[in-house]
Design a protein around this ligand. Structure first.
Ligand SMILES: Nc1nc2c(c(=O)[nH]1)N[C@H]1C(S)=C(S)[C@@H](COP(=O)(O)OP(=O)(O)OC[C@H]3O[C@@H](n4cnc5c(=O)[nH]c(N)nc54)[C@H](O)[C@@H]3O)O[C@H]1N2
Ligand SMILES: Nc1nc2c(c(=O)[nH]1)N[C@H]1C(S)=C(S)[C@@H](COP(=O)(O)OP(=O)(O)OC[C@H]3O[C@@H](n4cnc5c(=O)[nH]c(N)nc54)[C@H](O)[C@@H]3O)O[C@H]1N2
Ligand code: SF4
Ligand SMILES: [Mo]
Length: 715
């Protein structure tokens, strides 16, 4: 193999760090080296990115399709046999119970091309409304709140490079020191430049340790906290009245809601002392520029949408959004968490961030797909509701890019629902805990073996490039959809409409997204190869009237190329009248308040060395050495009451089930709260405990707060 260096991006989180890959001597893997020309991470990588090649050549990597045998075991099979079995399983469910008996579950790690093809496959080939994806568990609350305030959801409406130049950042429920280490630099530079950092987290995380002010609310009370801060802003006359008048609507109701939340009342709810609230308001309001950034802490709540709205209201009342170096943003999580929510794998959505219920959107996309608009199904169920319906009215499931047996709330129930399916097909790179339950498992190519685009947390569309050939026996997700379309699509060679070539898919995605909120029509692979990404919206240039010299191609004649949009809303918001909307919200309790039986709150999250359900990172020795297994983080006071010493097994019991993991005792957590990371299966699985109570708007489960009791475990 030729020694060529390929510039590409990390397979894991939404920072999408740039990296260079060189094929390793054996041709099965790659070596990672620094890629200094990509400005977002400037060569820096976390341990997950650095070790990502280990999964390419891992001994547990799947290289043959697996089909469940009569004896009940998964056995290697040919691609033909495996694909035929899927066609039978899915086709059988559809024939017997109708199109909606077939479900599709996708992932925010899938490239734009895959997410687009999967959504189209569900609607055009399967004709099912029952498609959703794991992004519902991720940023859906922020997306809903951003949409209703600004008329558009792009996680960050400005590039990360603006952070060091603002005056103050309130970082709510986000732990970049562990979840996006190379991005921590933006916050340390902010401080070096004289700005201040406020971190809101029930735990004193490694991020909170960097903060000028750390507010440690009780989990699930961020909504009240934001209202309390807004109350003080109003009481101290710190609102930006001119901005409110010129650029917003709906202030009066929001103001009234905030006035009902006295600081002392908010202190009682959140546990954050009033003087700290006052200090936060002063730090946030004094500088000319300031930002509020949220992540999963406030968002993964059964009131996550309203909670984010409360933080947006604070930003609006102080005149921040749509002004330079200021505003509100959500730090999206998965590798393609942003693009994955734009192109149609979400239950209610069509490509280009269009609404499935909008007749004009249906007509446009149906025309690109060459189908009758009336043939497109309506919106289906959200992720948890879909998983909960498995084995009842959904009889067969095609799953691509998620491992819900580990990552879904109330996981034991979800596992039981998955087992009750008539048929399950999983595409994965390893035998995940969910793939273990499948009737057919298809082994797919990984990041370094295929080309495709992702859209980073900044809204920057990037090209991930193939650096090596995949192992024999492995095919891409796009090839899988191509083959399944041929088998399940009926007449008229529908597989032609599902090309396996990613650039062909992207060309179609461009047309499907044209004119939509997330318009990619001005972006091409060629541009992405030459530029360090392009920020959407990027419409295609208006058709040039007539090139000055008709013998010249339009581009050479200077047809304007849209530069992309790094910063949104500077002139107007994406609402009809151009004004941002205040949304009046009020505090409400967590779905499951502690009581005598379950007196402690459990919250969940991440550690730096493991990724998500761990399906990939738990196969990497170096990462396992750094983070070998689950743990229960608890305050010494709780530990003492329990009689548990550091490392002792502790049982955490909720109304959903019981998990056991070693105690990790620290004063960095509130005494009324315990924390578990969710990366592991088995006895220490955090999601055995979590509450599937859903946010009424975003349908986000309450991963960040449920009532539990602790029990000592006799070793
Ligand atoms: N190492 C690693 N990095 C990752 C990932 C990973 O799995 N591992 N996953 C990626 C993905 S998909 C995502 S979504 C991002 C997530 O990135 P983050 O949002 O930073 O991650 P979390 O650890 O889920 O939650 C952040 C913090 O919220 C706090 N928190 C818990 N409950 C509450 C609450 O009620 N209120 C507030 N204000 N805070 C609370 C937790 O203590 C935690 O420190 O990370 C991405 N990066
Ligand atoms: N308790 C608790 N639970 C949580 C959270 C929490 O904070 N607390 N966070 C939630 C959040 S934010 C998220 S994003 C979810 C994530 O949880 P999951 O949806 O389970 O995400 P991953 O572990 O990334 O799963 C991706 C799966 O797809 C495979 N895969 C990777 N790339 C590809 C590909 O290109 N094609 C195919 N076919 N497969 C691929 C991987 O090997 C893996 O098995 O977890 C949620 N669950
Ligand atoms: S921060 Fe995210 S994108 Fe960057 S190397 Fe780590 S996992 Fe990869
Ligand atoms: Mo996520």
């Amino acid at each position: 193999m030729r020694e060529t260096v390929t510039s590409t991006h990390c397979p894991y989180c939404a920072l999408q760090c740039g990296m260079n890959l060189t094929p390793a001597a054996d041709g099965r893997s790659v070596e990672v080296s620094e890629r200094a020309d990509f400005p977002v991470n400037r060569g820096a990588l976390c341990g997950k990115g650095r070790t990502a090649p280990a999964v390419l050549s891992s001994a547990v990597r799947l290289t043959s399709p697996l089909v469940r045998s009569a004896a009940g075991t998964l056995e290697p099979a040919s691609w033909e046999e495996a694909l035929d079995r899927i066609a039978q399983g899915i086709g059988g469910a559809r024939a017997e119970h109708g199109a909606d008996a077939v479900g599709v579950f996708g992932g925010g790690g899938l490239t734009n091309e895959k997410a687009y093809a999967l959504g189209k496959f569900a609607r055009v080939v399967l004709g099912t409304s029952q498609i959703d994806y794991n992004g519902r568990f991720c940023m859906s609350s922020a997306a809903a709140a951003g949409g209703r305030a600004f008329g558009l959801d792009r996680g960050l409406p400005f590039p990360l490079e603006d952070i060091p130049r603002t005056g103050c950042v309130i970082l709510v429920g986000s732990n970049p020191a562990e979840t996006m280490p190379p991005a921590l630099r933006y916050f340390t530079e902010l401080k070096e430049n004289g700005g201040t950092l406020i971190v809101v987290d029930p735990r004193r995380t490694r991020t909170a340790e960097q903060a000028d002010l750390h507010l440690a609310p009780r989990p699930g009370t961020d909504l009240a906290l934001a209202l309390g801060l807004l109350h003080l802003v109003v009481a101290e006359g710190l609102t930006d009245e001119e901005y409110i008048r010129e650029r917003t609507a709906g202030w009066e109701d929001t103001r009234a809601a905030a006035m009902a939340h006295w600081p002392e009342y908010v202190e009682r709810i959140t546990g954050v002392p009033v003087p700290q609230l006052r200090k936060a308001v002063r730090l946030f309001c004094e500088p000319e520029h300031a930002m509020v950034l949220t992540a999963r802490g406030p968002e993964q709540q059964a009131k996550g949408t309203d909670t984010v709205s409360a933080w947006i209201n604070l930003a609006l009342a102080t005149g921040r959004p749509g002004r330079p170096l200021s505003g509100y943003g959500c730090l999206t999580g998965q590798g393609n968490g942003q693009g994955g929510r734009e192109h149609g794998q979400k239950a209610d959505q069509l490509p280009g961030y269009r609404k499935l219920t909008d007749p004009a959107a249906r007509a446009h996309v149906a025309q690109v797909w060459g189908v009758d608009p009336d043939s497109l199904p309506g919106p289906g169920r959200s992720a948890y509701e879909l998983l909960d319906a498995l084995g009842t009215d959904i009889r067969a499931l095609l799953l691509m890019g998620s491992n819900p047996v580990v990552s879904a709330p109330r996981a034991a129930h979800v596992e039981e629902r998955i087992r009750s399916l008539d048929f399950l097909a999983v595409c994965d790179v390893v035998l995940s805990e969910t793939a273990e339950l499948a009737d057919v498992v298809l082994p797919v190519t990984q990041w370094a073996e295929e080309t495709g685009t992702t859209t980073s947390l900044e809204g920057r569309v990037l090209l991930r490039r193939r650096a090596i050939s995949p192992p024999a026996g492995v095919r891409s997700d796009l090839e899988v959809l191509h083959e399944l379309a041929a088998r399940l699509g009926g007449e008229g060679s529908p597989e032609k409409r599902f090309p396996a070539d990613p650039e062909e898919v992207f060309e179609e995605l461009r047309r499907a997204s044209a004119g939509g909120p997330a318009d990619y029509s001005g972006i091409t692979y060629r541009r992405l190869a030459e530029e360090n990404g392009v920020f959407w919206p990027c419409p295609s240039p208006a058709e040039p009237a007539e090139p000055a010299d008709p013998s010249e191609p339009a581009e050479a004649a200077g047809a304007a190329v849209h530069p992309g949009t790094p910063r949104l809303f500077l002139d107007r918001f994406a609402t009809e009248d151009g004004r941002a909307r205040f949304v009046p919200v009020s505090h409400r309790a967590v779905a499951e308040e502690p009581d005598e039986e379950y007196p402690v709150l459990l919250t969940t999250g991440r550690v730096v060395a493991q990724y998500q359900s761990g399906a990939q990172t738990r196969r990497v020795d170096e990462l396992n050495a750094a983070a070998p297994g689950p743990f229960v983080e608890l305050h010494p006071r709780l530990a003492q009451r329990l009689g548990a010493a550091e490392g002792d097994p502790v049982a955490v019991v909720s109304r959903r089930g019981r998990a056991v993991a070693p105690a990790r005792i620290t004063t960095a957590i509130r005494p009324d709260t315990v924390f578990m990371p969710f990366h592991w299966a088995g006895e220490g699985r955090a999601n055995t405990l979590t509450n599937p109570a859903l946010d009424p708007t975003s349908r986000m489960p309450e991963f960040k707060a449920c009532a539990v009791r602790l029990e000592a475990v006799r070793p």
